[in-house]
Design a protein around this ligand. Structure first.
Ligand code: NAP
Length: 285
């Protein structure tokens, strides 16, 4: 029987630890401010943005939300980002992805200055991650690292396999595991004999977006299995891992829902609080 890695509980612990830090900012006259920009009416994106607004409210942070119509042009989106970037009350900016197809997400993200890039996805933040320099870390992979830490799972010296090579999850995940001294393999749709490569993993991270794709034959007995995938099915949200088949083999496993998802949001809040602290420290220096 595997340990079930409880992302909700670890996220609640992260929130609890943010409480005194936010109180200290309030005492100094600073309310941490997070701007979330949503373009279009994708229901999943709307739900995510609403959850982020609620997290802000619960924690005593200010959310500056900008919901733009689906036909918003690049110029208008850029102007909104620039306005938030110049606003001292806004400490972090998140552009909800994916953007509608006519918009250039790369160009939009690149406008966010590194101190306000609380999603950790701009070229500067990702470049700093590659170079091992301080920057906000991408929320989903950062959340995975914090869950491993919370459960005493040290990646140092372990074989880690990441399935998926997106800029959002797979690549920063691999870099964070490397930074934590794992020996990392990154797999993708062209990887040959994927199951055999995955079976080498002490820590297996699935970030594919295919329901139940990782079955028992992908998992070495005793491996730690992290399921980043979120797939909406008629039966509700499911992950990339066939939980029922893999749980008896793994030593620890994240559920979907209740695993990586809550941690992604918690890391966004933590990054925003750190951004507010850094901005305040700059002003008082
Ligand atoms: P993405 O951009 O679509 O990337 C998917 C990756 O999986 C690609 O690198 C792709 O390989 C690889 N892949 C697809 N089919 C494969 C196969 N049959 N064998 C091996 N690799 C395969 O997706 P993403 O943005 O990284 O997201 C991945 C999943 O995580 C999605 O379900 C998403 O909803 C979820 N997600 C969850 C959270 C959270 O907070 N829990 C946050 C972000 C994303 P190629 O590069 O070769 O195409």
């Amino acid at each position: 029987m595997a340990t079930i890695i409880d992302g909700k509980q670890v996220a609640a612990d992260v929130h609890a630890a943010l409480g005194p830090r936010i109180a200290a900012l309030h005492a100094a006259g600073v309310v941490p401010g997070l701007a979330v920009i949503l373009v279009g009416d994708d229901p999943a994106s709307q739900a995510y943005v609403t959850m982020k607004e609620r997290d802000c409210e619960r924690l005593g942070m200010r959310s500056f939300d900008m919901r733009l119509p689906a036909d918003t042009d690049q110029e208008r989106l850029n102007a909104v980002i620039d306005r938030f970037d110049a606003d001292p009350a806004v400490h972090g900016i998140l552009v909800q992805l994916p953007l509608p197809g006519h918009l250039d997400a790369e160009a939009a993200l690149a406008r966010i200055s590194a101190p306000k890039d609380v999603d950790g996805l701009t070229p500067e933040s990702l470049g700093r991650l590659v170079r091992g320099l301080p920057a906000h870390r991408a929320c989903t992979p950062y959340g995975v690292m914090r869950m491993l830490e919370a459960y005493g799972i040290d990646p140092a010296g372990k074989r880690a396999v990441v399935v998926g090579r997106s800029t959002l999850v797979g690549k920063p995940m691999a870099l964070l595991l490397l930074e934590a001294n794992a020996t990392v393999t990154v797999c993708h749709s062209k990887t040959r004999d994927l199951a055999a490569v995955c079976r080498e993993a002490d820590i297996l991270v699935a970030a594919i977006g295919k329901a139940g794709f990782i079955t028992a034959e992908f998992v070495k007995p005793g491996a730690v299995v992290i399921d980043v995938g979120i797939v909406r099915t008629d039966a509700g949200l499911v992950g990339d891992v066939d939980f029922t088949a893999v749980e008896p083999i793994a030593s620890a496993i994240t559920p979907v829902p209740g695993g990586v998802g809550p941690m992604t949001r918690a890391m966004l809040m933590e990054n925003a609080v750190r951004a507010a602290e850094a901005a305040h420290a700059d002003l008082t220096r």
